[in-house]
Design a protein around this ligand. Structure first.
Ligand SMILES: *Cc1c(COP(=O)(O)O)cnc(C)c1O
Length: 376
């Protein structure tokens, strides 16, 4: 992976597990998105990694930002981006947070139901809204289920309602599910968007924008298609469903922007068996579900793990975290193959950890401190 990360780890003072993120990789990822989708604006999904240096670099590169709370909005402003570059993309907002965002200059808000449209109309008069439509998340390793969005029929009604309340009915959004390994999953949602654009145009409301969401994958254990393949598939779907009237588009990559830029160094605390006859070893690390690896929930994200013993034969192991909670097991249903010679005290390197690790890490369960983060 990154020589800079290896160099940093060689020189650091030993102080428990940490995540090291290489900004050069974020820069490369940003330019890959910009190249693959040249007519699309990038709104980095701040929640993936809100580190000030990450936000600062992206602000400097010209990125816009998708935020979910007033704190995230403030973090983006502090990083040097202006409020016109911020979308308040969470569909679940307190009215006073909408008002606060509006005061800070934010003019773009997500909605997915009538009550939210009315909140925005009261707290952010005249702002632009886009309506999120449901997407089933098929093909995604981290699907986003039915929590966000509404059915297409409801979306057109909501945008019409927003228009009547003096808001700008700006467009539509969807999210095909995080770690989406199929570039063709945008097609179905874009078909629905095309139909809503047409229906509203007939009623005198001209939507301008389609927010294509995130979902762009990071390489974990399995290969994933290149960003270019996503760009091509999305462009083809836009042509198919919008013809010559391709709307303004935005993407909101989180994982795809920072995932590959970060690596965790952790340590083997214990290796044991539950009985003499046990075929599967238990390997306990000093990192688990509560201090950085929350996305191993239901064994959904399978991280590549490197050790200094990788030349050796491997055997199936249950991999677990250090805390005294029985849910703190990373891989058990589908055991993880680790070298037979792996030792207690050995370091392990976990790749693809730049997204959804540091902020998912809790404040100190069992006295284990939150995951340390170094951005270099
Ligand atoms: C989390 C989120 C994203 C980022 O998703 P990734 O799969 O990490 O790219 C984008 N948009 C919204 C609205 C989100 O909530």
């Amino acid at each position: 992976m990154s020589d800079r990360i290896h160099e940093f780890l060689r020189n650091r003072r030993e102080d428990g597990p940490c995540m090291v993120l290489d900004l050069d990789i974020v820069r490369d990822n940003y330019s890959r998105f910009a190249k693959a989708l040249p007519d699309t604006r990038v709104y980095y999904a701040v929640k993936a990694n809100p580190d000030a240096k990450v936000l600062g670099l992206l602000a400097e590169l010209g990125s816009c930002f998708d935020t979910a709370s007033v704190v995230e909005i403030e973090q983006v402003l502090a990083a040097g981006a202006t409020a016109e570059r911020i979308s308040f993309g969470n569909t679940i907002k307190k009215e006073r947070d909408i008002a606060r965002a509006f005061t800070l200059g934010v003019r773009l808000f997500a909605v997915d139901c009538e009550a939210e449209v009315e909140k925005v109309a009261r707290a952010a008069p005249g702002a632009k809204v886009f309506c999120r439509i449901l997407c089933d998340g098929e093909g995604a390793e981290w699907p986003l289920s039915r929590k966000f969005g509404c059915v297409p029929e409801m979306a057109s009604r909501l945008l019409e309602h927003a228009h009547r309340l003096g808001l700008v009915a700006h467009g539509l959004s969807f999210h095909v599910g995080s770690q989406q390994r199929n570039p063709h999953m945008w097609d179905g949602a874009l078909q629905a968007c095309g139909a809503i654009f047409k229906e509203l145009a007939e009623r005198g409301i001209n939507l301008q924008m389609v927010n294509l969401g995130g979902g762009f994958p990071t390489r974990y254990l399995k290969d994933v298609p290149a960003v270019k393949a996503y760009g091509q598939a999305i462009f083809r779907a836009l042509r198919k469903h919008f013809g010559n009237r391709i709307p303004e588009t935005i993407i909101e990559p989180g994982r795809g922007m920072v995932g590959s830029a970060g690596m965790i160094e952790a340590e083997v605390v214990l290796i044991s068996k539950k009985s003499d006859a046990d075929k599967v070893k238990w390997v306990y690390l000093d990192i688990g579900k509560f201090n950085g690896l929350a996305e191993t929930m239901d064994e959904m994200i399978r991280y590549p793990i490197r050790t200094a013993f990788d030349h050796d034969a491997k055997e199936p192991c249950v991999l677990a975290g250090p805390s005294c909670d029985s849910v703190d097991v990373l891989y058990e249903k589908d055991p993880y193959w680790l070298p037979v010679s792996l030792e207690i005290g050995a370091k392990v390197l976990i790749e693809g950890c730049g997204a959804y690790t540091t902020t998912y890490s809790c404040v100190g369960f069992n006295g284990f401190p939150p995951l340390k983060s170094y951005v270099i």
